[in-house]
Design a protein around this ligand. Sequence first.
Ligand code: PMV
Length: 321
Amino acid sequence: MPAFTATAPGKVILFGEHAVVYGEPAIAVPVQTVQSRVVISPVLSGRPGEIRIEAPDISLTTYLKDLETDHPLRVAVSVVVNSQGLEKIPACLIQITSTIPLAAGLGSSAAISTALIRALSGFLGKRMTDEEVSKAAFEVEKIHHSTPSGIDNSVVVFQQPVYYQKGNPLEFLPIKNPFSILIAGSGAPGDTRKAVTDVRDSWLANQDRYNKIFSEIGRVSRTARELIMGGNTQELGPLMDQNHHLLQELNVSTPKLDQLAEAARNAGALGAKLSGGGLGGCLIVLVSDEAKAVQARLLEEGAEDVFLTPVGRPLSPSQIE
Ligand code: PMV
């Protein structure tokens, strides 16, 4: 039984987070600049079912059986093992590494689950289709917060820009005119679970107001889809600003994210918004020629890990910094 390796990219949500949980459309794109990687190797001296995990990026070295039963890694393994109708799997070592910052809104959990599910199904000799991997990764996403929309696993598994609306077939979004965004860490971890729970509590307390905000966000996502399909990507900036303001109304932004967004706009960016669950995490900034100046300003303002990533075209070596 040979070793098996799989990778999965990070992602950002360009438009529509939170509202997507309530049935509105959202747009997400893969971020190939960062990746999760899982290598599964047989341990010939081990007993069947003995699974060792090494994940240095999260300081985890353990046997799978010693993890809580609802630990995402344990659930990911069970989903694959059950889908293959197996009782036990051959002894193996699962090595997980990732360059995707954790709790940044960059999809690290979906990427790790995806790479693990892919590698394990390959290791066990029955590679799952992308649809099957996405479905399995969605099961794991439920642990991170109980009501995931499904957008994270969709974009990470299929590695293509997606226009996603719960209950509708997944739509891949052709990017007619590629563009670039800066991704900037706010210096504080995001908390998707808390953000999603807080938004739900607020929605339950005031459905009229929150439904209006969700449908405004949905309108922004629909307009963005038209602009992207028509090649008018430079016009996405004001829509990103609008989306950020609507996320502020949902109370999922932070003073730091707001400050960084303002600084980016003042430095000439075309638009900026938080991305992902919020309460920390990252900001995405639409840039053209002024990317370097905006990047410098964001770093001056205390942003962390500011990097440029292309949307709709492959990476060039100079873009990997
Ligand atoms: O924080 P992230 O990158 O997992 O994004 C969460 C996006 C939400 O819309 C807030 C939740 C969801 O499941 O769609």
